[in-house]
Design a protein around this ligand. Structure first.
Ligand code: AMP
Length: 283
């Protein structure tokens, strides 16, 4: 049985989505600049390259069983799909931004330029503001200057584009990042297992990202102190070494704790400390 996965063919999310699948061991036979579909993994997966904007519809209607796209796009499309994983990349916020010198910008009759008309409409309805939504396909940040709109609803990550256009964030509507989504029927049918396998493999990459593998030689009589310092998943692995009275320990540690752990290990007399990245972590 083949599982179809929809992957962004270009744009901000494309390369990172492909990198993440490959890190999870799902190698793609082809690239989106050359073809529309390609095989992946051991041939039981078919990759379908599509615009990030179209992926929620593709997955909701079963053209693909799973897909990778931005949460903002999924929410704007309004389709009913299962969210399997937050992939952590493509982080941004959908915000209401107003000109920095505007007085009372969000009054009734306000004109709002956006490429997210559904989310914008819902926001202003909930706020009880009678807004006129002007749908644009991009560059919403320029519209207040040319008199097309008074305020905008747009994505921001660094805030630089807003600042350059002398706009300030008034409110955040949605926090977004890339997600792995699935078709609900596929997930409750015969394809459930291969879909869960894909999610599991990708999750093992996510788990590994924040971790490092640490190895060191320590004196056997300091093992209790070392174990307390390095709890690991099930305590450190202890391996015999030739040197009398010494052992090697191996343990998974949080990446942001590595610096501190090395320092403490040195104080306990550890030698030959080695820190390596982890490709995948399957607890
Ligand atoms: P694309 O138009 O194909 O480049 O993809 C746009 C998608 O990338 C958005 O819908 C978001 O999910 C994501 N993204 C992440 N950061 C930003 C940002 N600062 N501006 C626009 N899109 C972003």
């Amino acid at each position: 049985m083949t599982v179809q996965i929809a992957i962004p063919s270009k744009g901000r999310l494309s390369e990172k989505a492909i990198d993440m699948l490959e890190a999870a061991g799902i190698e793609l036979a082809g690239r989106p600049d050359r073809q529309l579909t390609t095989t992946a993994g051991d041939g039981r997966i078919e990759a379908l390259f599509a615009r990030a904007q179209d992926i929620p519809e593709f997955v909701a209607h079963g053209a693909a069983d799973v897909g990778i796209t931005g949460w903002d796009i999924v929410q704007e499309s309004g389709v009913d799909v299962e969210e399997l994983l937050d992939l952590g990349f493509g982080s941004c916020r959908l915000v209401v931004a107003v000109p920095e010198d505007a007085e009372d910008p969000l009054r009734d009759g306000v004109r709002v330029a956006t490429s997210f008309p559904n989310l914008a409409r819902r926001y202003f309805d909930e706020e009880g503001i009678d807004a006129e939504i002007v749908t644009v396909s991009g560059a919403a940040e320029a519209t207040p200057h040319v008199g097309v709109a008074d305020v905008i609803v747009d994505l921001t990550s660094t805030g630089r584009t807003l600042a350059r256009n002398r706009l300030v964030v008034h409110d955040t509507i949605l926090a977004s990042s890339a997600r792995l989504i699935a078709n609900r029927e596929a997930l409750s049918g015969a394809k459930e297992e291969p879909i869960r396998e894909i999610a599991f493999a990708v999750d093992s990459v996510l788990q590994a990202r924040d971790k490092k593998y640490l190895m060191a030689d320590v004196q056997e009589d300091r093992l209790d102190d070392v174990a307390e310092l390095l709890p690991g998943i099930e305590g450190p692995t202890v391996v015999p070494v030739q040197k009398e009275g010494w052992v090697a320990i191996q343990v998974v540690v949080d990446a942001d704790a590595v610096y501190e752990k090395i320092h403490a290990l040195k104080k306990l007399g550890a030698k030959g400390i080695l820190v390596t990245p982890i490709e995948r972590l399957v607890p």
